[in-house]
Design a protein around this ligand. Structure first.
Ligand code: AMP
Ligand code: FE
Ligand code: FE
Ligand code: ZN
Length: 287
C-alpha cells in the first residue's frame, strides 16, 4: 500500500488543481493520498471524484495553522466530519486571518520600496480558498525581485523580514480537540522543522500524546534529515504515536517534494484508521 498523507493543491498554496494532483498521484503509483490544503478542505470533493476515476483512494485532510507558546505548529487533520460546526467556524477564522493580513504585508513591502498591489496578489492566487505568503512570493518572483519562493521567504516574507505580518492561529491543544470532536485524527506535521522544533521537545510531545490524545507525528518529511527521522521515530514508538511519512507536495511551488517521496507504512495507516473508527468515523480504505 503506497500512501502519501500530506499534499497541497491550488486551493491553498500548491499549483495543481485537486484533480490534477490526484492524476499525478496515480502516475506516481500511489494508492492512497490525503489532500491537506492549509486551513481548507474545499478541494476534497473534486479530488475524490477524480480518485474514483483513476483508482486512488483520497482521504479528506487539512493542515491547520496552530501555535504552541506563540510558535507556529502545523497540524494535519484526517477524516473529520466535514459538517462539524465548531471545526468549520475555526477553519473560517483561520482563512479570514490569512486574508486580513494581506493588506499589511503589501503596504509593508511597498514601504520597503517594492511596487506591489493587492490586485496582483489576488490575481496570482486565482481561486484559492486559502491565500498564503507563497502567493505573495509568486508576485515577487513574477516581478523579478527574487528567483523563487524560497528566496522570497528568506529575504522578504519570513519572520522578521520586511513583508512579514503576524496572523491569528489556533492554540494547538484546541485544534487537536476540535479535530477529535469532529471524529477525526490529529497528526503534527514536520514536528522537527521550522518553528515547531523550538517548542516540540519530547516532554511536550509526551503531554500532547498522553493528555490531549494526539494521534501521530510526521516522521518522514523532506525537512527532517536521517538522524532527525530516527530520533522522531523512536519518540513516536515510545509515546505510542502513529508515524507518518509524506511528501508535502506543492506542485511546482516547492522543489524537492515530489509526490510519494516519503510514504506512510501500511501498519501505521491501519493504526490511524483504527483511531478514526474509535471516534465513530470511517477512513474507508477498502480491503
Ligand atoms: P503561510 O501559510 O501564509 O503562513 O505561509 C507558509 C507556507 O509557505 C508554508 O506552509 C509553506 O508552504 C510555504 N513556505 C514556508 N517557507 C517557505 C520557503 N522557505 N520556501 C518556500 N515555501 C515556503
Ligand atoms: Fe504550504
Ligand atoms: Fe506545513
Ligand atoms: Zn504542508
Amino acid at each position: 500500500m503506497r500512501a502519501d498523507l500530506h499534499t497541497h493543491s491550488a486551493v491553498s498554496d500548491g499549483t495543481d488543481s485537486p484533480a490534477q494532483l490526484v492524476r499525478r498521484a496515480a502516475e506516481a503509483r500511489l494508492e492512497v493520498v490525503a489532500l491537506t490544503d492549509h486551513d481548507t478542505f474545499a478541494g476534497f470533493d473534486e479530488a475524490r471524484s477524480e480518485g474514483a476515476r483513476v483508482g486512488v483512494q483520497v482521504l479528506r485532510g487539512v493542515e491547520m495553522s496552530t501555535n504552541l507558546d506563540g510558535y507556529s505548529v502545523h497540524l494535519l487533520g484526517y477524516e473529520f466530519d466535514p459538517e462539524d460546526e465548531a471545526l468549520l467556524a475555526e477553519l473560517g477564522r483561520l482563512r479570514d486571518s490569512r486574508s486580513n493580513r494581506l493588506p499589511a504585508m503589501v503596504s509593508q513591502l511597498r514601504a520597503a520600496g517594492i511596487e506591489i498591489t493587492m490586485e496582483e496578489v489576488l490575481a496570482v492566487a486565482e481561486d484559492a480558498t486559502a491565500i498564503g505568503r507563497p502567493h505573495v512570493a509568486d508576485v515577487l518572483v513574477d516581478k523579478g525581485v527574487v528567483p523563487g519562493r524560497r528566496e522570497a521567504f528568506d529575504l522578504w516574507l519570513g519572520e522578521g523580514m520586511p513583508g512579514y505580518a503576524l496572523r491569528y492561529s489556533t492554540p494547538l491543544e484546541r485544534a487537536i480537540r476540535l479535530l477529535h470532536e469532529a471524529g477525526g485524527a490529529a497528526v503534527i506535521a514536520h514536528p522537527a522543522a521550522r518553528q515547531s522544533v523550538a517548542v516540540l521537545d519530547e516532554r511536550r510531545l509526551e503531554h500532547l500524546a498522553h493528555a490531549c490524545g494526539l494521534d501521530g507525528i510526521e516522521v518522514d518529511h523532506q525537512d527532517h534529515d536521517a538522524p532527525t527521522r530516527r530520533r522522531m521515530a523512536a519518540i513516536a514508538e515510545r509515546l505510542g504515536l502513529v508515524r507518518t511519512g509524506s511528501s508535502d507536495y506543492h506542485g511546482t511551488g516547492k522543489i524537492d517534494h515530489p509526490l510519494g517521496c516519503n510514504l506512510t507504512a501500511p501498519d501505521q495507516l491501519a493504526e490511524l484508521a483504527a483511531r478514526v473508527e474509535e471516534r465513530g468515523g470511517t477512513i474507508g480504505l477498502g480491503a
